[in-house]
Design a protein around this ligand. Structure first.
Ligand code: SF4
Length: 234
């Protein structure tokens, strides 16, 4: 692999951003392959779980110029184009990703990158409009030493525009979020109910809304789940 090759899981859109600060906004998506974490509730296991999925089928090496050419052609009609880069863990491939990001921004696109926050932003600092950083909680089943890199989280807060998004199942988990927020001081916190169907999305939103309001955070949603269920490429 060269630094001009990206492991790509999916290119899709135009669709709407389903989560985080730009929820509802028309967007093109680049989903990269591979992730260093193994969250128990991960809804994109096809980017990394080779005991369940075929690497050969799910992830393909693509030249970065080919990636940008496909995205820009499909998103050509968007009046205010947004590229959302997600994964997997996009920052595993930040050098190759930088070429796509720079191409997009040169042509006036807004670029948002989603990450678990365990890898430093590196060459992408100052190149991305927004990082959506999603540190994983104990509910992910991952040991803290693998899922939480406090110095890296502080780097995102200090160097780049960011929103921190926490995937939560129950209000009792908000104390864990409070501890991370106190340690890192992100400027914006979104609590996103963990759900891959509308029933659990509604139930978890209902039990989370009051404690989220009390803390002055934002309750996020998963608009793509509301619209299309757990369908891929949406
Ligand atoms: S960090 Fe994201 S992509 Fe990686 S295992 Fe966790 S939920 Fe899945």
């Amino acid at each position: 692999m060269t630094s001009t090759t990206l492991w790509v899981s999916e290119l899709f859109g135009p669709t709407v951003q389903g989560e985080g600060a730009s929820t509802g906004r028309p967007a093109m998506f680049l989903r990269t392959g591979h992730c260093p974490l193994r969250c128990s509730w991960c809804d994109t296991r096809y980017t990394w779980d080779w005991s369940l999925y075929s690497h050969k089928v799910e992830v393909r090496p693509m030249d970065v110029h080919e990636v940008w050419s496909a995205l820009s052609a499909a998103g050509a009609e968007l009046p205010t184009p947004l590229l959302v880069v997600t994964g997997g863990e996009p920052l595993l491939q930040r050098e190759a990703l930088l070429i796509v990001v720079e191409s997009a921004r040169r042509e006036g696109w807004r670029v948002e990158v989603e990450t678990s926050g365990v890898i430093e932003p590196g060459c992408l600092v100052g190149k991305v409009d927004l990082f959506t950083v999603s540190p994983k909680l104990a509910n992910s089943g991952m040991p803290a030493r693998r899922r939480l890199k406090i110095s890296t989280l502080r780097e995102f807060v200090g160097l780049t525009d960011h929103v921190f998004k926490f995937v939560v199942r129950h209000p009792s988990e908000l104390e864990e979020v409070e501890a991370i927020v106190a340690d890192v001081s992100p400027k914006s916190v979104v609590i996103q109910p963990e759900a891959t169907d509308n029933v659990s999305l509604a139930e978890r939103s209902r039990i989370l809304v009051e404690p989220v309001i009390r803390r002055g955070w934002t309750l996020g949603t998963r608009l793509h789940i509301t619209l299309w269920g757990d369908e891929r490429g949406r």
